[in-house]
Design a protein around this ligand. Structure first.
Ligand code: ACO
Length: 430
């Protein structure tokens, strides 16, 4: 097939730039050599229209509301697979066979415990310290306990596999212990008789005085939530993991950076913000219209949290599945949460409002997830931690792909707009 080119004319000179086409027909202009050829760079604050890599992990079409991991639809995976099956798929590229899944499960199970010295680190955090800060610190601490670096991921397959199962095994333990620490409760050690999700619920909620009784519908809802969060191509935290990882620092440090990036309210932190916003509306008398008006007011910084998305401009397919799961869990648990009523009213009003319709603002993945977490008993400040547990396979896969493809260190350029050269006038400080 003949190579395609884009032609760009700068200062009267024409330059030919190669066109790159993806397997789903996405097209890009490769501008890597533009500066060498012409002296120009491209400018795109917030990377709204910049492809930072070619990736074979996740496909999403924001206009049509399509999300697929390695070609498999999110709807199919959420209904029929387990989180660890999806994690394997995302990380290694293919669904595991039964023996492969059993071995993966087993390897993760034997890496769920945390070095006892790491447990002592928890004592140093303030009791009310945000668990996302704790998680980022603990992930970073893994790099000090397991300092070996991966120089060549293709040649060091066994070492990398070990790091992968360590991360997947230890993250739920680290998360549950962050919660237990904040409660002043003794931590629960992982138990091999449970599956991945059950084990996390056990570590979160079992008490020395009372066993936690697992509800299969709760386990199923959590399994779904983790699957729906497992990857989302080049979002803020995935790009952070790739960028930090591109300096060839430890994978644990790159994941820690991903956790910090996810924490922000415009990214994963939105799920906590959604619930806090709904509670505020409830306390304020449940006047949904007032908050829709606030969100539309240019002079008011307020935004409807859980609405809008950088890439989904039609609907977020994950939100659809979560909304159904939310109804199911609340019915099963017999929870009548007035917050859910407010959420539904808010969605109804916003979707019928010209402002939200014109700007293509729809409920995103975070809008309903918090209501499920709340019904299960997970406290608000742990919501983003739940997101991080789900996103972990995605971060690992993005890191692995970037390193296996031998991508160069990430280093964007800028257009300098600061002061031009000027002379330093000493004030006698030295
Ligand atoms: N409520 C009210 N207005 C909104 C909202 C919202 N939630 N989101 C966007 N808008 C408006 C903006 O004010 C802007 O209006 P303007 O064009 O008149 O200036 C327009 O819609 C476009 O918004 P941007 O912020 O430019 O869109 P961007 O793609 O940069 O941001 C984002 C997307 C960050 C998700 C945004 O919609 C938002 O802040 N939403 C609320 C936070 C949230 O739910 N985040 C979770 C995202 S999903 C995730 O990370 C898992």
């Amino acid at each position: 097939m003949a190579e395609k080119f884009a032609e760009i004319i700068l200062d009267g000179v024409s330059y030919k730039l190669p066109i790159v086409e993806g397997s789903e027909g996405e097209k890009a202009i490769d501008i890597a050599k533009l500066r060498d050829m012409s002296g120009y760079i491209t400018l795109d604050t917030g990377y709204k229209n910049t492809g930072a890599t070619k990736s074979a992990i996740t496909f999403l079409d924001g206009e049509q509301g399509i999300l697929r991991y390695r070609g498999y639809s999110i709807e199919d995976l959420a209904e029929k697979s387990t989180f660890l099956e999806v994690a394997y798929l995302i990380i290694y590229g293919e669904l595991p066979t039964k023996p492969e899944l059993e071995s993966f499960n087993h390897q993760i199970k034997i890496h769920t415990m945390i070095n006892e010295d790491m447990r002592k680190i928890y004592d140093g955090f303030p009791v009310k310290g945000h668990p996302m800060g704790v998680m980022a610190a603990m992930a970073s601490a893994l790099a000090t306990f397991y300092p070996e670096l991966i120089d060549d991921p293709k040649k060091q397959k066994a070492e990398l596999d070990l790091k992968i199962v360590r991360l997947l095994g230890k993250m739920p333990t680290m998360a549950a212990w962050a919660y237990k620490n904040s409660m002043g409760h003794p931590v629960n050690y992982p138990q091999n008789r449970f599956n991945y999700v059950e084990n996390f619920l056990h570590m979160m909620f079992a008490l020395p005085v009372e066993e936690y009784v697992l509800d299969p519908d709760v386990v199923d809802a959590l399994e779904k939530l983790l699957i729906l969060h497992a990857d989302h191509e080049q979002n803020c935290s995935a790009s952070t993991v790739r960028l930090v990882g591109s300096s060839q620092v430890s994978i644990y440090s790159a994941i820690s950076a991903g956790i910090s990036s996810l924490w922000g309210p415009l990214h994963g932190g939105a799920n906590q913000e959604v619930l806090e916003m709904l509670e505020e509306i409830q306390k304020d008398g449940g006047n949904v219209d007032k908050y829709v008006a606030k969100a539309k007011d240019k002079n008011d910084n307020f935004r409807l949290m859980g609405f809008g998305h950088r890439v989904y401009k039609n609907f977020d397919p994950r939100a659809k599945i979560i909304k159904e799961a939310c109804d199911k869990v609340l019915n099963k648990l017999g929870v009548h949460d007035p917050i859910l009523e407010i959420a539904k009213k808010l969605e109804e009003r916003a979707l019928a409002d010209d402002y939200f319709v014109e700007k293509k603002l729809y409920p995103n993945v975070d809008f309903y997830s918090g209501i499920i977490y709340k019904a299960i008993g997970i406290p608000t400040d742990m919501f983003t931690v739940m997101f991080a547990l789900g996103r972990l396979p995605g971060w690992i896969a993005q890191w692995k792909e970037m390193r296996e493809n031998n991508e160069p260190i990430g280093r964007p350029r800028q257009v300098y707009v600061g002061a031009t050269k000027r002379d330093f006038v000493p004030i006698g400080a030295r």
